[in-house]
Design a protein around this ligand. Sequence first.
Ligand code: PMP
Ligand code: GLN
Length: 388
Amino acid sequence: LNRRLAEFGTTVFAEMSALAASTGAINLGQGFPDTDGPEEIREAAVRALRDGRGNQYPPGPGIPELRRAVAAHQLRRYGLSYDPDTEVLVTAGATEAIAAALLALVEPGDEVIALEPYYDSYAACIAMAGGTRVPVTLRPHVEGEEAAFRLDLDELRAAVTGRTRLLLINTPHNPTGTVLTREELAAIAELAVERDLLVVTDEVYEHLVFDDAEHIPLATFPGMRERTVTIGSAGKTFSFTGWKVGWVTASPGLVTAVRSAKQFLTYVSSGPFQYAVAEALALPESYFTAFREDMRARREVLAAGLAEAGFKVFRPAGTYFITTDIRPLGETDGHAFCRSLPERAGVVAIPNAVFYDHRAEGAPFVRFAFCKQPAVLQEAAERLKALA
Ligand code: PMP
Ligand code: GLN
C-alpha cells in the first residue's frame, strides 16, 4: 500500500459489519436499511433488465432519462435549474462522485477543508488526490433542552489559507445528524465567494430532515451555483444502497472536470438501475413525506432506548444516525466500547473517533443507525439496558 493510503487500513464499516456477522449482534453500525425500497421501483429495475435497457454500457454521463429526472428533482424541490445534458453526471453512488470530484479538482499540495467528524471516504479521497485535509471540528452545543453538534464559523474562516482550494461540506451531516442552518450556510457561501473557493457538498441525506429542520442546498446561495459541486444518491433516499447510483449537479465546467476523472474510475455504472432510479425520482411527494415520517418515528424509538440505557443522546435533525456520548455510562473510549459492545449487549455501533483527526475530541462519541425496523430497534434498546 502506498504512503498516501497507508494510514487508512480497512474501513470501520467493514470491520463493524464483520463483527456483527460473526457475533450475531444487531447491526446498528453501517448505515443501510433492513427493508428494501419501493416494490414498484424494484419492478422498474426488473423491467429494464428484461427489456434490455442498460445491459450494455450506458452513456458516459448517465442515461438521459436519469439526468433529466435529477435536473427535474433539483428544480422542483429547490428551484435550481440544471441542464441535463451539460450539468448533470451520474456516478457509481455518491462515493464515486466524491472521489471523482476530489481527483478532478484538487492539485497535489492543495488544502481541503472538511467538517470533522467527516465521512471516512473524504479523508482517503483527499489523500489519493494528493491534497492535505484541514478539519474544522463540529462541537456539542446546548440548545434549550437539546444538544447538537455545531460549526464554529470563526474557526472555519481561520482555517482558510492561501493554499485552500476547496470546502468539502456535508449536510445533513453524517455522523452527527446536524443539519446546517440557513445562517451557517450563508456564512459558508460568503466565505467561499470572498476567498474564491470551490465547494463540494455531499447532500445524500437531503430527504432525511426532521421536525422543523430544513435542507437548503448550498448551490442556492448567491454566487454559489457556479462554484459548487452538489452530490446526491439514490441509496439513502430510496433505500437501495446496493444499487450504487449517485449523481453530481454543477456548472458545465465543473461537471466536465468531474467526468474526466469518473471516466477512468468506472467509465459508467449500473445500467438497468439508472432506469429504475429515474422513475424513483419522479415518485409523488407522498413517497418522500412518508419516508421521512417513518424514519422520524424510528428515531424516536432508538433515541428513547439509548437514553434509557444511560447514553447521552444528540437527537439528530437529519440523517438516519444518532450520535451518543458514552461518558454517562462511565466509558471514555468509543473504539474499545464498540469492540466490546457485541459481547456485552449484542449490538454493533460505530465509534465516531474514526472520523476525526483530533481523535481525543471524538473518543467519547458513538454512532447508532436507526434505518432498521422498529421491532429491531426495540430489541436493540432492550439489549442495551444491560449496560446500565
Ligand atoms: N456520503 C455520506 C455522508 C454517506 O453517509 C454515504 C453513505 N452512507 C455516502 C456518501 C456514500 O453514498 P453511496 O452509497 O451512494 O456511495
Ligand atoms: N454511509 C454508510 C454509513 O455511514 C455506510 C457506507 C459504507 O459502508 N461505506 O454508515
